[in-house]
Design a protein around this ligand. Structure first.
Ligand SMILES: CC(C)(COP(=O)(O)OP(=O)(O)OC[C@H]1O[C@@H](n2cnc3c(N)ncnc32)[C@H](O)[C@@H]1OP(=O)(O)O)[C@@H](O)C(=O)NCCC(=O)NCCS
Length: 194
């Protein structure tokens, strides 16, 4: 099962402050291929191909304003989506498909576009945020810890997995609650936030 991270409060979010030359906007109708390109360049190509229509477009949560792009010269180079997955509870926004194109990594664009997603959640009246990730996604996990997300156990085995992720990468200062989390309860997934 994937790792889960929760940000318990969306109060007091800092403003989005992109590096010079980058802009934030939402998806526009017909930009399916742009989203697919950003995903291919960040996550790597998928087999079968990752199509916008079947990954995002067919979901009831899909509205253009929830799919955010960071652009350079109006060309999308990073994305994250402010999704809504009812199973996680109405108060929770779901951070979906965060990716930065290879030529643009190292500038914290993942942080800023994910922060913009959190602002969108607030706009929609949500009070917390959840996401799923994988143990090997180290830059993503660091980004989420910096945004105030914390590990949330949904499986017994994740006590060991979280300890490994945090300690191997020296993330303890970003996650002072590690011991508390790994010795705490395992939550029922995905009904944990209801
Ligand atoms: C996650 C992602 C969006 C982050 O991109 P980004 O914003 O350019 O992130 P950065 O390269 O600035 O890295 C973020 C932080 O992780 C650190 N980092 C990167 N690789 C690292 C590694 N191998 N070990 C430890 N830290 C690492 C960076 O130094 C940076 O730290 P800083 O904020 O202290 O400078 C990008 O890596 C990506 O698209 N990954 C593939 C798709 C993915 O995994 N998406 C998330 C799915 S849940």
């Amino acid at each position: 099962m994937q790792l889960v991270m929760v940000k318990k409060s969306l109060a007091g979010l800092q403003p989005v402050a992109l590096p010079d030359g980058y802009c934030l906007r939402h998806f526009r109708a017909g930009e399916d291929k742009m989203w697919e390109r950003v995903l291919d360049e960040s996550f790597g190509p998928a087999t079968p191909p990752r199509l916008f229509a079947t990954t995002m477009g067919c979901d009831a949560a899909c509205v253009p304003e929830r799919i955010l792009f960071v652009t350079r010269d109006d060309v999308p180079v990073a994305t994250a989506s402010a999704w809504y997955v009812p199973a996680w509870g109405a108060s929770a926004g779901y951070v979906h498909y965060v990716g930065v194109c290879h030529g643009h990594t190292g500038r914290k664009l993942g942080y800023w576009v994910s922060l913009a997603v959190l602002h969108r959640f607030v706009f929609e009246g949500r009070s917390r945020a959840v996401l799923q990730t994988d143990d090997h996604r180290v830059p993503a996990i660091k980004t989420y810890l910096q945004l105030g997300f914390r590990p949330f156990l949904v499986e017994e085995d994740q006590r060991r997995r979280w300890r490994a992720v945090i300690e191997t990468n020296g993330f303890q200062p970003l996650c002072p609650e590690l011991e508390q989390v790994v010795s705490g309860p395992v939550h029922k997934c995905p009904e944990l936030l209801k």
